[in-house]
Write a protein that binds this ligand. Sequence first.
Ligand SMILES: Nc1ncnc2c1ncn2[C@@H]1O[C@H](COP(=O)(O)OP(=O)(O)O)[C@@H](O)[C@H]1O
Ligand SMILES: N[C@@H](CC(=O)OP(=O)(O)O)C(=O)O
Length: 812
Amino acid sequence: MTIENLIKHANTHTGKLAINVHKFGGSSLANSECIERVIDIICRHCQINDIVVVSANGGVTDQLFNLCQLAKDEVDYTEALNNLHFQLKGLIAELLNEQNSSYLTKQLSDDFLQLSDWLANDYKQQRNNILAFGEVWSARLLSAVLNERICPSHALDSRDFIQIASEQEPQVNYDYSRDQFNQLKQTHQLTIATGYIARDVNGQSCTLGRNGSDYSATIMAALTGAANVTLWTDVDGIYSADPRVVPAARKLHRLPNGVARELGRLGNPVLHVNTLKPLEEHATHLHVASSFDSEISGTEIGKFGFLAKQELSVTYSNDVLLVSSEHLSALSKPEAFTRFSPICFDEKQALMVIKQEQQKAVSQWFASKVGDVTFKPVAIIAVVGHKVAERGDVKARFKRALENTRTLDVVSSTSEHSIISVLPDSCSPELTNVVHHEMTKDAKHIGVVVAGLGNIGERFLSLLPNQIKRQSVLENVHLVGLLSSKKALINTDGISPKQALLQFEKQAKDYDETLLLTWLKNHPYDELIVVDITPSETFSLLYREFFQQGIHVIGANKWAASSSTEYYNGLTALAEQNGSVWLGNTTVGAGLPINFAINDLRRSGDEVKAISGIFSGTLSWLFEQYDGSVPFSELLTNALSQGLTEPDPREDLSGRDVQRKLLILARLAGFTLSLEDIECQSLVPEQLVSLSTQDFLKQSHLLDELFENQLLQAKSEGKCLRYIAKFEINEDGYQANVGLAFLDTDDAFARLNPCDNIFKIESQWYQDNPLIIRGPGAGRDVTAGGIHSDLVAICEQLSTKQHQVKIKGLNE
Ligand SMILES: Nc1ncnc2c1ncn2[C@@H]1O[C@H](COP(=O)(O)OP(=O)(O)O)[C@@H](O)[C@H]1O
Ligand SMILES: N[C@@H](CC(=O)OP(=O)(O)O)C(=O)O
């Protein structure tokens, strides 16, 4: 939705559109630049009846906690207080016009008088009211900026409508809260509500715990029946480990609900422990996305199939306590869970691990019931994934990763979705990296979309199941898309390679390019490869889009590789910029390793000086057969009926295909040239050029005299006829042409099996005795095999590739 739409809806909207909740975390609101970005996201993604939930501006809650602590320790906090006031006044001045700025500054000064008073006289009682200021200031400021520049908006203090049982038991009274919310909500205005805070049944201010604004957002979604909740933060999704600590962390595109819940329970900051609770009975979608780059697809949390269930992540916490008491056995497991939500509870070993904030409640309970209890700071590291507790292989790998680490003898799980180890010392970044590496080293999932289900495409697919079985590098390759020119089948959870064509037949829908591109933009794979086995120029024009998304391409299709110099250079630059690999070993010589050989020579430091040969299977066959005993046109009809030519044989006779192949090879050898730089002798006489295919075939006898004359002349010189491609460097640069040549009958190019290709490479290393590659240059098996060879090559390259996580403040 654009800003115009937001405003238009402000004036006309009747409140019937689905509601979306957008939560912006503190990191997304940390300074005026961040807030400008948030405003831009609101303009593009919000409708007027949506709800925006905000956390305190980045760092403000920490500062408020610090002020309470200083007051408690009776340390002078004046400077800290003034700094915070100064910072917030600055933010107001930077974002609002003079009139609004002075109005908000006045409100802020009043709040600071109140804050000073509470800190001096009543910080204990007023602690939650003090902490609540962060969110109140943040909502007020954002709402004022929107009102001034974008659309009518009002700020709501969630304490005025969210009622929970108590801070310890933050269950929401939904009926009451919904009623209150409906009374407070203004129609035709964008609601900016505070996260993190609520009131208990006694009307006391409560917080929902650190990072609690996520929970506020989902509570508000449940109150309003919202369709979506987006948690906008400083990282573009949930990763397999904290990306600040583990640079090799992988983005988890789709996280099953249970796994997300467990990550939150273990204290992962991206998801608050209670975030998912309010959504349990609603069909609300939950996303985590980056406010720093709102176009990148984030993580979706929901119900997913096999692939998402395979994913593992590693999380740790250093803010946990080991509870020891000889009376621990007085506490049953269910009771322990309802009372304290421990992270782990091991009845047999009488061990319980809790979050630091539970300490007070635990010690009070023990004191009142049974007796002494001691607390020891410890740490946990956990592997989290769908039902990992039942997976022996995961447990074994986790133990192996911890082999050289001192652990308390507890590797226990309280949820089926995690295996936890308790550490006597804090969990170091090194350990987190080691464990993450061990758990995820072979977890790179590669999606493959095959475009073009003709002869070669079918063969490629029929070879795929065995290739996946045999080539270990293909272990995590998933066939996810099949495209023909008219139909498309995309299945994010994978299409069975064995049943591929059958599934395509039954389930494919009409091909829709926009839908395809949208899917490709949001695909959940670590890497995605498009295998282009189409002859289509139109499809090749999508390579730009693919490379922009970092998608890799295996092209058997010659169009892109032989496009204009400017376009081709643009494509290769784009691929490089975005880390896309582009291979096309089968564009020339089918499965013959000609492209590999040229690449390899260049890698070895060699310089290619000339490339020549017979590059067309069709022309190879025709001239190997043509000895004058049968007219050329008869041979051509024969070749056509055997499927050796294109449906319109002029495609072959024009030399254009050979010209493209020579261009591709010369480019691979490192030369900059385009098709126009390669002289091309067409074998189609002028009068046959513009006829329909049918008329051309009827008139093909007109070719006979021409070829007969050429053959007679060649024979008179003791030579034979061949269609040759040649590129060579000379003093002026290079010379390149394709056309008919008279060759000695014992020339290597003259003694081929019909249909074979031959490539001769002369280089610095292969000067006097050139490198020759010869063999079938077309055919179903060899071409499909060549594409498989590219697939293995790409997967080998990708297995060592690391993605750079984009996090504001870390590498942005
Ligand atoms: N598994 C993980 N995936 C993504 N981010 C993580 C993960 N574990 C920890 N983090 C950290 O959580 C931070 C986001 O949480 P938080 O600071 O609460 O954001 P916000 O201010 O938006 O609420 C990220 O910057 C990242 O460093
Ligand atoms: N401001 C609170 C609540 C919150 O959720 O913040 P954030 O969205 O920045 O994690 C805190 O810092 O804990």
